[in-house]
Write a protein that binds this ligand. Structure first.
Ligand code: GLC
Length: 564
């Protein structure tokens, strides 16, 4: 059973399941909920406190399920509502909470409300649920403004009605993902029902997709032109007309009241975590102001170089900003949108996760083809990723672990073009290869694909021939494996009184390229980012190390947890 602690979310380790790629229970090449249920014991034994499930809703899969056709059902590829209930019950029985993805910015063109809007025509109440607008030019043949989509191409798509081309609709992402109009109270009501539907079923929290993009400047002003695309900049900058608009405050406070109602009625905590790339940090902090959301992702670790000074500054910046308003920090090394951490840390540049969106700099990187061929030293990357895991799990706050991080999986960088599925690949004429490389189905066991992920069907993305040693079964009995490291660290974290929520104190006993901090009572974490082995702090005892020590010293790119 889950613990009764109402603050569980302040210190949880949350495991992200990307259902398509996690575990294939019915052997059709796509992961599903029965597969997830089979792996609940694995998750319990790993020692995570909660899981976050990426979208499992009915969807044409134009964006891997982030194009939702029905928010209150399960895609038949993944199973049924009864399967979802069984998964929830099974997770709860094993003491784990369940968060699911809420996708409120956009739905799918297959959603009945969008179909009805297209059919109802200009000026209708149905169209007012979305952003429909007349085009510019004598015949409305130009989009209403210059906005570009985050997946490439214009952010407007023209409706072709029975009488020919007519209005345009807005889509921040793919044309198959029309944006809801959050200025319309009917949209608020639609999502109240969705939120209650899942909270009533026992879901413990919602990860809010594109939480900073829901409200748009109704005047639809042009954005500055991005030279890479010739279209208006889509990614975040302060003042952008669709990111972090003031109306978010009321939307989020309303949701918080809804969630708090459950606790007030003795039904347990319901929480939110925002996906938001808002900058600067002070602006992002408004999302977790009292009365707004519980937590927001902090993607700074994803963007941070594997370098002591940058890491320490990044950690301090976040801890100070969050402590100032009493919200817990979150730590993220990877997710389904970014290059796997073991590969990232094996590149010459370690702070570039190739994500879509993000900063203007990230946008520029999207088009920097030269960046992909950077060589990867995967052994180095994996060693650093293990060290980073101990670092992030020792930090105050909540940690998110993306499926496969615990296996040290690399990015699959050489997927053939004809299997790629990410809309950004198609929308950019192949200039961006997209995010499929971190979504390859997990290897569970066996020596050849599909490595126990299904029996013998070909997985929806092909797995490399060399993944046998990385499977969960292969790592299970090996005390030196990444899986064993995660298990050991999570076991310590779950009982150590110094870990989870709280504070840390830096020690300056070491040279600049070594991070050493302590937490009370009696805990220390040392991360050696220098090129030389360093001594353990006097009088300390190693609880867990991310790699072998050499002559009692901590080698480069290695972390240790200490009893002191
Ligand atoms: C979020 C998701 C990403 C998706 C996008 C549009 O960034 O994490 O996978 O493509 O939203 O829904």
């Amino acid at each position: 059973m889950t613990s009764p602690d109402p603050s569980w979310w302040r210190s949880a380790v949350v495991y992200q399941i990307y259902p398509r790629s996690f575990a294939d229970g019915n052997n059709d090449g796509t992961g599903d909920i029965p597969g997830m249920i089979e792996r609940l014991d694995y998750l319990r034994d790993l020692g995570v406190d909660a899981v976050w499930v990426s979208p499992w809703y009915p969807s044409p899969m134009a964006d891997g399920g982030y194009d939702v056709a029905d928010y209150c059902d399960i895609d038949p590829r993944f199973g049924t509502l009864a399967d979802a209930d069984a998964f929830l019950a099974g997770a709860h029985e094993r003491g784990m909470r369940v968060l699911i993805d809420l996708v409120p910015n956009h739905c799918s063109i297959a959603h009945p409300a969008f179909r009805a809007a297209v059919a109802a025509g200009p000026g209708s109440a149905e169209r007012a649920l979305f952003h429909f607008a007349d085009g510019r030019g004598p015949a409305g043949e130009l989009p209403p403004n210059n906005w570009g989509s985050l997946f490439g191409g214009p952010a407007w798509e023209r409706v072709i009605g029975p009488d020919g081309p007519e209005q345009w609709y807005l889509h921040m992402f793919a044309p198959e993902q029309p944006d809801w109009n959050w200025a319309n109270p009917d949209v608020v009501a639609v999502f109240d029902d969705v939120i209650r539907f899942w909270f009533d079923r026992g879901v413990d929290g919602l990860r809010v997709d594109v939480a900073d993009g829901l409200a748009k400047d109704a005047a639809y002003p042009d954005t500055p032109v991005d030279p890479a695309t010739g279209l208006g900049i889509a990614s975040f900058y302060p003042g952008h007309p669709w990111w972090n608009q003031p109306e978010l405050d009321a939307i989020q406070r309303h949701w918080r009241e809804l969630a708090d109602g459950y606790a007030e009625h003795g039904m347990g905590e319901r929480i939110f975590v925002c996906e938001a790339n808002t900058k600067p940090l002070e602006a992002l902090m408004r999302f977790v102001d009292p009365g707004r959301m519980h937590t927001t992702f902090n993607f700074d670790m994803l963007w941070c170089e594997w370098e002591a000074g940058s890491l320490r500054a990044m950690i301090d910046r976040n801890l100070i900003a969050h402590a100032a308003i009493g919200a817990p920090t979150t730590w993220v090394l990877g997710n389904h949108d970014s290059t796997r951490v073991a590969t990232r840390y094996g590149k010459p540049e370690t702070g570039k996760p190739f994500t879509l969106g993000g900063t203007p700099e990230a946008w520029a990187y999207r088009f920097a083809e030269y960046f992909w061929p950077q060589p990867t030293d995967i052994e180095l990357g994996r060693r650093r990723a293990r060290a980073a895991a101990l670092l992030e799990l020792a930090l105050p706050g909540t940690t998110y672990v993306y499926q496969g991080e615990e296996l040290g999986l690399p990015e699959v960088e050489d997927l053939p073009d004809d299997v790629l599925d990410d809309p950004s690949f198609f929308r950019t004429g192949g200039r961006i290869r997209g995010r499929d490389g971190c979504r390859v189905p997990l290897p569970w066991s066996g020596t050849t694909a599909p490595y126990g992920n299904g029996r013998d069907a070909s997985p929806w993305l092909p797995q490399p021939d060399v993944w046998a040693d990385l499977s969960a079964a292969a790592q299970d009995g090996d005390p030196d494996s990444t899986l064993s490291l995660y298990r050991r660290a999570l076991a310590i974290r779950s009982t150590h009184p110094a870990l989870g929520d709280g504070t840390l104190a830096w020690s300056d006993d070491y040279p600049g390229h070594v991070l050493y901090f302590t937490r009370e009572p009696g805990f220390g974490c040392l991360v050696n980012l220098s090129t030389e082995p360093v001594d353990l702090p006097t009088g300390s005892r190693v609880l867990v190390a991310s790699g072998p020590l050499s002559d009692g010293k901590v080698p480069p790119d290695t972390s240790v947890w200490l009893d002191r």
